[in-house]
Structures are given as structure tokens and as C-alpha cells.
Design a protein around this ligand. Structure first.
Ligand SMILES: [Zn+2]
Ligand SMILES: [Zn+2]
Length: 356
């Protein structure tokens, strides 16, 4: 939407579903099926609320079109696929997104949040969601008979040593004020008990906020794994191999944008409905990848409440998490959150594109 001179602001709605059977009991629950990237036939459902995100985007388009006299600049509305797989934003950029549309100075998105009540939003400063890397480590051994380990080199034992060594990366080597996670989520090796296999593969999930911490994590995994292989007498041509299958950057809110959005949201939704934003988390989302190619881009991520008020009361008083969070088959968006989400998002956009 081009509307005269002014900033270029992008509003993004992710629109993908999850391979899961919805069990909300709602009359409009999903009955669709689809095929996953791995070719598995599955039920699909919007149990992360991305259907609400698309509905907000349509509502925002209507509001901004009707309010054209009250703002100035360029508004870009983007529907993004494949957020859950952390691939869509990066692929859109690599596919030439910014040769098709002007580069925004602000990239803004919001997400359903099962902690805040429908009608409210959470607005948090700074670090919101962690960057993430998926790393594949292959440890080579020398295969042999299970009865003659001395005549082989056992990659299963080596992977066990490596996994235990990794535990000291976060606890002993990275600055303790820097939030990082290293999880070995899968390990595969061997077939039967009496064969020593010739390789073991592990898939790691790394989470981080600062780029130096990310580089340290990756370098230390390689250092420790190489060290294990060397300590087990592996020859130079059978050293471990590393693949980085995916990397996404963290979501970090611009404090200036938060300060701009807050009073406008307080006025539109009521001061009592603006929550502080959930604490910094090590979960991830790929939204900021849309902004990464742009120098000095500012990022804003809002949490739109979709819960029943009783859920929120229990969380605020006792810290009890709602039973049905995003990705749960019974996750649902309370309907007042649709109108409130449109209002919150449009309020922020009208403020960012306010006439000088
Ligand atoms: Zn989501
Ligand atoms: Zn999700």
C-alpha cells in the first residue's frame, strides 16, 4: 500500500500449519490432511494460531485502507510460509523478495500467545527469541566384530565421550551471562550388538543470542569432537565431519519501537491490557531473517493474547502455565482475540506511519 512520502514498514503474518490432528472440539476445527516435507501423510491444523495471524493481516489491510487519510508512507503486508520449519523467511529473501518490494526500515510481526487474555497484548523489550542452528556431527570409527574392540575403533563410545564433553561447553566455557543451549537431540549408529559400526551421527540443536556466542558454540563442538577422535587414535583421513543444516537469527525488539508502540497500544486497548511481554526465551522463530539483509532495520514482535481470562489469572498468581499451549492439539484462539489483534496491529502501524 503506497500512501505518499514516509517510512516503509513491513507487517508479516506467518501462515503455515502443523502436522497434527486438531482436538479443540470446535465446530470449525480443521479436518484437512497434507504431506510433510518427509513425505508423511498427516492431519494438518493451525495449532500455532497462524490462521489468526492471516486473519489479522486481512483486518489490518482493511483498517489501513480505510484510514489512508491518517497515515503516510508505504505499508507492505507479507504472508510467510514455512515458519515452523524455520525456512520460509530465509527462502523468501533468497528468492528475491527485495527485488520485488521496497526495503522496509521496520519489520513488524505478532504472534498468538496463550498466556495473555484475548483483548490484551504482551510487549517486551530487547531479546525475545533465540537464534538457532541445527548441526549434524558425523564421528567415524573403524568397524569390526563386537568381540574384538581392540581391532576396531568404536564410534558409539566416541559419540558418548563427545556428548559428555559437550556438557562443559555451556557450563564451563561460554560466558555465564550469555544465554546458550546445546542439545543433542538424535544419535544414530549401528545395527546389532555384535558389530562395531564404522560411524555414528548426531543432530544438535544450538540456541544463542549473540553472534560471538554462536561462533564459539560451533567452534567448541568441533574442537571437542576432533579431540575425542584424536584421543581415540583416529587417523587424519577419518576425522569427524560437520554440517550446518539451518541457521536462524534471534528476534530482538528495538527498544525505541517498543517505546513508540506502548503509549499507542495503551490508548487503544487500555493500560491494564498491555502486559510486560514474556521473559526472554530460548525458543526460536525465523521472522527476523526478513530484516537481516537490511542495514539498520528495526524489529518489533508483539505477543497477542488469545487465552480465557481464568488461564491468565492462574499464570499471574501461581505461575501455572496454560494446559493447552501452542502446538497442543487442544490449543485454541478465543474469538475476541481476532478483533483485538487487528486493533493492536493496526494501532502500531498507524503510529509507525503517523503523518509528520
Ligand atoms: Zn507460531
Ligand atoms: Zn509454532
Amino acid at each position: 500500500m503506497k500512501n505518499g512520502a514516509g517510512p516503509v514498514v513491513m507487517f508479516r503474518a506467518d501462515m503455515d500449519a502443523l502436522p497434527l490432528k486438531e482436538d479443540s472440539g470446535l465446530p470449525y476445527a480443521s479436518t484437512k490432511t497434507g504431506t510433510t516435507l518427509d513425505g508423511i501423510q498427516s492431519s494438518v491444523a493451525h495449532v500455532c494460531g497462524h490462521d489468526a495471524h492471516v486473519t489479522w493481516l486481512i483486518g489490518v489491510a482493511k483498517v489501513m485502507a480505510a484510514q489512508k487519510a491518517n497515515w503516510s508512507g508505504t505499508l507492505i503486508l507479507v504472508g510467510q510460509p514455512a515458519e515452523e520449519a524455520y525456512m520460509g523467511a530465509d527462502k523468501m529473501v533468497k528468492d528475491g523478495l527485495y527485488s520485488k518490494i521496497p526495503m522496509p526500515s521496520v519489520v513488524f510481526a505478532s504472534h498468538t500467545n496463550p498466556i495473555w487474555p484475548a483483548g490484551a497484548v504482551g510487549l517486551g523489550q530487547g531479546r525475545r527469541m533465540a537464534g538457532a542452528d541445527q548441526m549434524k556431527v558425523t564421528l567415524y570409527g573403524i568397524g569390526g566384530h563386537g568381540s574384538t574392540p581392540h581391532a576396531s575403533k568404536d564410534p558409539i563410545v566416541m559419540s558418548a565421550q563427545a556428548i559428555m564433553a559437550y556438557q562443559t561447553i555451556v557450563s564451563r566455557r561460554i560466558d555465564q551471562t550469555e544465554p546458550v543451549v546445546l542439545t543433542v537431540g538424535s544419535i544414530q549408529a549401528g545395527t546389532v550388538g555384535n558389530i562395531i559400526p564404522d560411524k555414528a551421527t548426531m543432530n544438535l540443536s544450538l540456541r544463542w543470542y549473540s553472534k560471538p556466542a554462536r561462533e564459539q558454540l560451533i567452534a567448541m563442538v568441533k574442537q571437542m569432537t576432533d579431540g575425542v577422535a584424536l584421543g581415540n587414535g583416529m587417523p587424519a583421513d577419518r576425522m569427524p565431519e560437520y554440517e550446518n543444516n539451518q541457521s536462524i537469527t534471534p528476534v530482538i525488539n528495538d527498544d525505541g519501537l517498543v517505546a513508540t508502540a506502548r503509549p499507542a497500544l495503551e490508548k487503544a486497548l487500555g493500560k491494564e491490557n498491555i502486559y510486560p511481554g514474556i521473559p526472554m526465551q530460548m525458543g526460536s522463530e525465523d521472522f527476523q531473517m526478513l530484516g537481516d539483509p537490511i542495514k539498520d532495520v528495526k524489529i518489533l514482535h508483539l505477543e497477542i493474547g488469545v487465552a480465557k481470562p481464568a488461564v491468565v489469572k492462574a499464570f499471574m498468581e501461581k505461575g501455572t502455565m496454560p494446559a493447552y499451549v501452542n502446538h497442543h492439539p487442544k490449543f485454541q484462539v478465543e474469538l475476541p482475540a481476532i478483533a483485538a489483534g487487528v486493533k493492536a496491529n493496526a494501532t502500531v502501524l498507524l503510529e509507525l506511519l503517523k503523518k509528520p
